[in-house]
Structures are given as C-alpha cells and as structure tokens.
Design a protein around this ligand. Structure first.
Ligand code: ADP
Length: 390
C-alpha cells in the first residue's frame, strides 16, 4: 500500500538522521543511557525533517514523555502536553524500545462519543537513548471511500441482477407459453419493460461515472437556460402524457449560465422526470428560471405530488437511496437521478436544494453562478408569468 510505503521511507529517513545525530549527542553528553532525555537533545535537523512529513509524527523519550509532536498529532488527539494519549501507541513504543524492532499496525482512536479515526502507525527506535518515533497516517477518509465503493458495487450488482433475473424467468415463461399468442404478447411486453429498466440503470451509471471523473466542466460554454429547460421539458413530454400532467415553463427567458448544456439538460430532465413519477394524474409541474441575486441564477421544478418525508430529505441525493423502493421501481426509477443532479450542479460550482411537504408537493431548486465572462443579466422585475410549454 502506498501509505505504508511512504511511511516506511519516512521512518528510514528520520531514524537514519536521528541515529547519527543521537550518537554524537550521546558522546558529548556522556549521560547514562536510561536517563530522561531533555528536550534539547532532539537535534534541530530532526525537528525540521519531522515538520515536513505528511503524517503525524511524535518522538517520545525513554519515559514515554513526548519530546516533539507535529501539530497534526495534537489536532488528532494523539498527544496532549507531553503525553501520548493512545494506550496502544505507548504499548507499541515500549515493545520497540525493548527489542529494537520496528512495529506497524492499524489502530482506531476514539475520543468520547465522536466516531473513531483510523491510523496506519509505524513505531521505530531512534538511536540508543530509548527515543522512539511514532508516525501515524490518517486512514479515515481512505477507509470511508473504500466502504462507499464496496457499498456501491454491491448496489450496482443488485440493481443489475434484478432485471436480468426477471428477463431470464420471462424468457422461460415465453418458451412454455409458445402456443398461447396472447400470453406471449403479455410476457414480451414485460420483457421490454425489464430491458428498458436495465438500459436506464446502465445509462445512469455511465453518466455518473463520467461525472465523477473530474472536478469541473470540461470545455464550458455560455448556456442559455431557456434552451436547457425547453429541451428538458420536451424530453419528458412522453412520460407526462399518459398521466395527463401539464408541464409549464415560467420565469425569465434571458438567463445564462456557464457550463455544459447537455449535462444541465440531463439534470433538469431528471428533476422533471421525478416530478412526473411522484405526482398523481392531472396535476401540474412548473419549471421556472429566475435571477436569485446578482451572482446566481436558479432553475426550480415544482410539483403537486406525494412529497418527501422530512427524515428522508437529507438522504435523497445519495446514490440508490429511495424513500419507497417499490414505488421507485414501479415508475422505472434507477435511484441515481438525484445523485446525477447533485454531481452536475457541483461541477458547475452550484448546488441543489429541496423543499417538500408530504401530500402537497416538492420544489427542487438548482442554483448556478452567473457566467463571469459574459455580462450578468440585468436586474429586472421578476416576471411571474407561467407559460404552458408549447
Ligand atoms: P429514483 O430513480 O428512485 O426516482 P432519484 O435519485 O431520482 O431516484 O430520487 C431518489 C428518491 O427521492 C426517489 O426514490 C423518491 O423516493 C424521492 N423523490 C425524488 N424526487 C421526488 C419528487 N419530486 N417527489 C417525491 N419524491 C421524490
């Protein structure tokens, strides 16, 4: 592992340097080996090497007193004053002092009720005065990312397995019903539904993977938001028609943003798609653009649908999070739509917010910075008009 290799190098570097300096210091000082090492015995060269190491570094003397600790070691609560606060580290240091062997471990450090942090630690002897060097690399983020990745892979496998399993069963059923054209037609329809679902999941996964590749939009351009919302509404029309849901466009038609038109259209389309999916028949979905302040524009999508329970509001932007999994599957949802919206807006240096009330409806609002290179749209009174989408 890179972290460990880095630590190994660092330990080698520091122990080599310190060993040389410590021998000279001992010759000068002529002190008994087990005498407590005063602070001044840590040569200044070592201190500057420790200060450039990326890991938390602590040097302790023969009595487990801290002679030197990097600010990271104090910030992580490994050290307070001249004491090492983690019992495992003290125990490792004593073993190292006894047999001179370098030790390596992954340990969890818990302070009070806060969630623990994980460290990859290496403890090594420094010279012959009982000095011990402790290097600790924070692994918490690395472990968190690993856990998210594992979760994601498990979720993806599940999302893909379900429609593939259904397709396999349906094909067997079709085979058995070969003499019944009506049944064949019915099962063929269900096969189309499952394969469409598979295509949606794969398409969303591809979009999400592309979005996670970088921080900001490649080759950004000035984008007319009116074009974005018209295109998004057009793409959702087929889904709205069977439920007789009216799609309306409102607000300003002269606002600009800076970014990727296709990605912004995908984000708005996902919001409209959801608004339709989670609304009863013969309701209304309104897509609106407005100037939020002198630096930001907003696109909002408002529905009169089922709404979202307050407890779920924080989590709906997570990948594969669904308030009601059965309903989401029934409407062809992949559980990735809002995660895509979140990534698209973040990439545009914007954000997305939600207001919702169960039984009344929801409003999702994408907020984007105005393009700095183009002249900001002039402040004019808000046009409250709502036009029916043509
Ligand atoms: P899905 O494909 O399941 O719709 P999303 O990521 O788009 O996945 O949305 C996550 C969840 O948030 C949905 O499963 C649904 O429970 C909830 N949700 C999203 N948009 C709305 C909305 N407009 N009204 C009610 N619930 C919504």
């Amino acid at each position: 592992m890179e972290v460990v290799a880095g630590l190994a190098g660092a330990v080698g570097l520091v122990t080599g340097l310190v060993a040389g300096l410590a021998v000279r210091a001992s010759e000068r000082a002529q002190r008994p080996v087990d005498a407590p090492t005063p602070l001044s015995s840590l040569p200044s060269g070592v201190a500057s090497v420790l200060s450039v190491l990326p890991s938390s570094a602590v040097v302790i003397d023969g009595d487990d007193r801290v002679l030197r600790a990097s600010s990271a070691a104090r910030a992580f609560g490994l050290v307070s004053g001249d004491r090492l606060l983690v019992d495992e580290l003290i125990a490792m240091a004593r073993l190292v002092r006894r047999d001179g062997e370098i030790r390596e471990e992954e340990i969890e450090v818990v302070h009070g009720r806060r969630e623990g942090r994980w460290f990859s630690v290496r403890v090594a002897p420094m010279g012959s005065h009982g000095l011990v060097l402790v290097l600790a690399e924070d692994l918490t983020e690395f472990r968190r990312v690993e856990a998210v990745r594992r979760d994601f892979v498990a979720n993806v496998s599940h999302e893909l397995k379900t429609p593939v399993g259904a397709l396999s069963l349906l094909s067997e059923t079709v085979e058995d019903a070969a003499d019944d054209p009506e049944a064949v037609r019915r099962f063929a329809k269900r096969m189309q539904h499952e394969s469409a679902r598979l295509t949606n999941v794969i398409q969303d996964l591809i979009t999400l993977t592309r979005l996670q590749g970088g921080e900001i939009v490649e080759r950004p351009r000035t984008v007319n938001l009116d074009d974005v919302i018209h295109e998004a509404v057009d793409r959702c029309r087929l889904k709205a028609e069977p439920k007789e849901i009216t799609l309306a466009i409102g607000g300003r038609d002269d606002l600009l943003a800076y970014g990727d038109e296709e990605l912004l259209t995908t984000a708005v389309r996902n919001l409209i798609d959801n608004a339709i999916a989670y609304s009863p028949e013969r309701t209304r979905v309104v897509v609106c653009t407005r100037l939020a302040d002198e630096n930001h524009v907003e696109i909002s999508v408002t529905d009169q649908g089922i709404g979202i329970p307050e407890a779920d509001l924080e989590r709906i932007f997570e990948r594969f999070y669904r308030v009601d999994p059965a309903r989401s599957r029934q409407t062809g949802g992949t559980g990735l739509g809002l995660a895509i919206v979140k990534h698209v807006t973040t990439r545009h240096r914007g954000d997305v917010n939600v207001w919702s009330k169960e039984g009344s409806g929801s409003t999702f609002t994408i907020r984007l910075p105005l393009p700095s290179t183009s002249a900001p749209a002039k402040e004019t009174p808000e046009q409250d008009t709502v036009r029916e989408a043509p």
